[in-house]
Design a protein around this ligand. Structure first.
Ligand code: HEM
Length: 482
């Protein structure tokens, strides 16, 4: 073949046409294959009438009720598209073990963004320290470390705070419990009076800021801070508060024996200096946000049901002498009815959603959730499945009779504390503080409730719900039996 012919362009044209034809064939073949290939079946999805914003508004107005409406409409596994993001919800407890143990789902990737928005902790710092912080809290609050040291600390704190109550009063139960519990827990985890628990005026300011911060934390985890003026102000107050504390506390901790260090001291030894105040705010939130409302719900469920109230008091009277100087783990084990009341409360006020990020396609109930989506298990709705919890809306401590509750062996379909590698590390402490507080409060005060147990606010999907209305009680200090 003459060189001129090749260079003349004819060969180039032929080559070009050949290549283009090949590309078209490959493209069509792929399209054809795709057309008939079995596509992964994604969960039934609701995208909303007004794309993007529509569903975000509907979801944001009351996420708990929204999840319930959609599961009735679409089934126990369903997806929604909110503000451009696909979110899949699981509401059947049978799927939860698989959810918590799946290697396709990731806890850290699901919470890193929200943590950055809420506490301004950088991505690098979060991935560097998160596992160590989790393991630290888990170790310090492991059952072997709780008794007798921690149970005695709780006893002493509650004794002091309950001692400050007048002998008689009428108050919203949530308010009463919040103040006593916040002060006690802050003294235990952050050091006696390190936060202003002994100064009424300063303490009120701290409680108000924390309450505002907690109330809107879900919005704060999604929206830019400037949209949430009051919330940002409270967040700033909390970070500034810790900025003044972290350096002297870290200094102090170097001279303390391991047993004398607080959880704050341990945290400060574990994280970077720049983010230390921000991690401290997260620790503050984790220690108060779920367990303190749970104390409120427990006492509310007990004092509003005459027969339950009577039975709890009889058990306390039977098992605890009239004068006692501490409450040990052994004492707690002798009160299974109280424990049942607490677990039944935890069942009814479990977190609305627990998130995970899909790293590899996740199969559930014959559906495939694609990588990049967020998946949420909903203990709140799973715990209302009548198949596992007949008459689910009723608070029935008796349903825990059959379980080995004193030894913390829970039924298969109970997920209030999450699961897997990053299951709640504070759960044993949480249960213990509710038990000890309930014993001490009910032994010292007689209560009369003027309201029924208020409904849980549907506004929050993450964590324990807040009450939607007041629960007024009259309390009178007892001289003898409860
Ligand atoms: C009844 C009270 C409580 C409930 C219902 C509760 C529930 C939960 C749930 C559902 C999670 C997420 C777990 C997961 O994703 O699998 C969690 C995480 C966590 N909880 Fe609790 N919790 C309670 C009390 C406490 C207490 C008292 C503390 C500390 C003193 C605490 C500290 C934490 C921490 C630090 C995390 C985050 C773990 C991490 O980032 O790795 N919790 N909790």
């Amino acid at each position: 073949m003459a060189l001129e012919t090749i260079l003349s362009g004819n060969w180039i044209d032929i080559g070009l046409i050949g290549s283009l034809t090949l590309i078209v064939i490959v493209y069509l073949r792929e399209k054809w294959d795709n057309l008939f290939a079995e596509k992964p079946k994604t969960p039934p999805t609701h995208k909303g009438w007004i794309p993007w914003l529509g569903l975000a508004l509907e979801f944001g107005k009351g996420p708990l009720h929204f999840i319930d409406r959609k599961r009735k409409e679409l089934g126990s596994v369903f997806s929604i598209k909110v503000a451009g993001e696909y979110m899949t919800f699981l509401t059947d407890p049978k799927d939860f073990q698989h959810f918590f143990l799946s290697p396709c789902l990731d806890f850290q990737k699901a919470v890193q963004g929200p943590v950055q928005n809420v506490a301004s902790i950088t991505k690098e710092s979060f991935f560097k320290y998160h596992s160590s912080i989790h393991d630290l809290v888990k170790g310090k609050l492991a059952p072997s470390n709780l008794s007798p040291l921690m149970s005695h600390k709780l006893y002493k704190e509650f004794e002091e705070q309950l001692g400050k109550l007048p002998s008689h009063g009428k108050i919203d139960l949530n308010r009463l419990i919040r103040t006593i519990m916040y002060k006690s827990v802050l003294n235990i985890f952050f050091g006696k009076n390190i936060l202003p628990t002994d100064n009424d005026e300063q303490y009120q300011i701290l409680e108000e800021h924390f309450t505002k911060f907690d109330r809107q934390i879900e919005y704060g985890s999604k929206l830019p801070a400037f949209v949430l003026g009051a919330w940002s102000k409270s967040r700033k107050y909390l970070i500034n508060m810790f900025q003044n504390i972290v350096d002297p506390e870290k200094q102090k901790s170097q001279e303390l024996r391991p047993d004398d260090k607080t959880l704050l001291h341990n945290l400060l030894e574990c994280v970077d200096k720049e983010n230390a105040p921000n991690y401290s705010v997260l620790l503050l939130w984790a220690t108060l946000a779920n367990s303190i409302p749970m104390v409120f719900w427990t006492i509310a469920f007990i004092v509003t049901q005459e027969s339950v109230y009577k039975k709890v008091c009889e058990e306390i009277e039977r098992e605890l002498p009239s004068t006692f100087e501490t409450i040990s783990d052994a004492d707690l084990r002798k009160m299974p009815y109280l424990k049942s009341c607490i677990l039944e409360t935890v069942r009814l006020r479990s977190p609305g959603i627990i998130p995970r990020y899909v790293t590899k396609p996740f199969e559930v109930k014959g559906f495939t959730v694609p990588a990049g989506n967020l998946v949420f298990a909903s203990p709140f709705w799973a715990h209302r499945n009548p198949e596992y919890y007949p008459d689910p809306e009723t608070h029935k401590p008796e349903r825990w009779n059959m379980k080995d509750v004193e030894r913390n062996i829970f039924p298969e379909y109970f997920f209030a504390f999450g699961g897997g590698r990053f299951q709640c590390p504070g759960r044993w402490f949480g249960l213990m503080e509710i038990q000890i507080f309930a014993i001490m409060f009910l032994k010292q005060f007689k209560c009369e409730a003027f309201d029924p147990v208020p409904p849980p606010s549907p506004l929050h999907a993450v964590g324990t719900q807040q009450p939607e209305g007041p629960c007024m009680i009259e309390f009178t200090r007892l001289q003898g039996k409860c």
